[in-house]
Design a protein around this ligand. Structure first.
Ligand SMILES: [Fe+2]
Ligand SMILES: [Fe+2]
Length: 221
């Protein structure tokens, strides 16, 4: 069995090229950061979610891999990037001779990470949704001129801190956000991120956890 690790995979030149191409495509249209930073953060959070909930080390490693690769389909275009990313990942992981018992959970998680109306089909799929959908942060916004930002950009730009706290004992997953309300009112966060919040709750429940949302220390969920 190939014991390819996340650390080996993250320095693979093909993967780095896909991530750069995906981010370059988004930069060209002024869309927020979708490159190495988002890939690394999603990977890190997805792995930690399963680690803190005492999942086996294999699942933690596969969640890290899936989190890192989840958006490479954007190299081909945003539409259907989840399915395209799953196919690209299949190709990459086959070439790296990862066993199919490891490949299938990863491509399933990637291919379903934007599904809004169905429950995540595995813990790995749930973990990357939590890593991906909680990445709200001012550093992702490329345009620094506030007047030109749309509401989506404003909400991200206003977010000074986003932290996902996972309590394995109480089985509560909490998203803690600090939002500068001078830049955007909390209401705008919900206008933009209501569907993501619902996805996070659905993913948490798939992990047999409750989901909480705190904005500026106030509990909204
Ligand atoms: Fe995505
Ligand atoms: Fe993403």
């Amino acid at each position: 069995m190939n014991h390819l690790t996340f650390d080996q995979l993250s320095v693979n030149h093909d993967i780095q090229a896909y991530l750069k191409a995906a981010d370059d495509n988004f930069a060209a249209i002024g869309y927020k950061e979708h490159g190495f930073r988002h890939a690394q953060l999603t990977s890190h959070i997805a792995g930690n979610v399963l680690k803190f909930l005492d999942f086996p080390a294999r699942d933690v490693e596969l969640a890290r891999i899936a989190g890192y690769l989840h958006d490479i389909g954007n190299a081909m275009g945003q539409k259907e990037h989840a399915q395209n990313g799953a196919l690209l990942t299949l190709d990459i992981l086959e070439n790296l001779e990862l066993p199919y018992t490891h490949i299938f959970p990863v491509i399933n998680a990637i291919g379903s990470h934007e599904d809004k109306d169905v429950d995540p089909s595995s813990a790995i799929a749930a973990a990357i949704i939590l890593g991906d959908k909680t990445d709200v942060h001012h550093s992702r916004v490329r345009l620094r001129d506030l007047a030109t930002l749309d509401m989506h950009g404003r909400v991200n730009y206003a977010c000074q801190r986003a932290f996902l706290r996972v309590n394995g004992e109480t089985r509560v997953i909490s998203l803690e956000l600090t939002i500068d309300t001078e830049i955007c009112p909390v209401m705008e966060y919900f206008e933009i991120f209501l569907s993501r919040t619902k996805l996070c709750r659905r993913a948490s429940r798939a992990l047999k956890c409750e989901f909480e949302l705190f904005i500026n220390k106030d509990k909204f969920l």
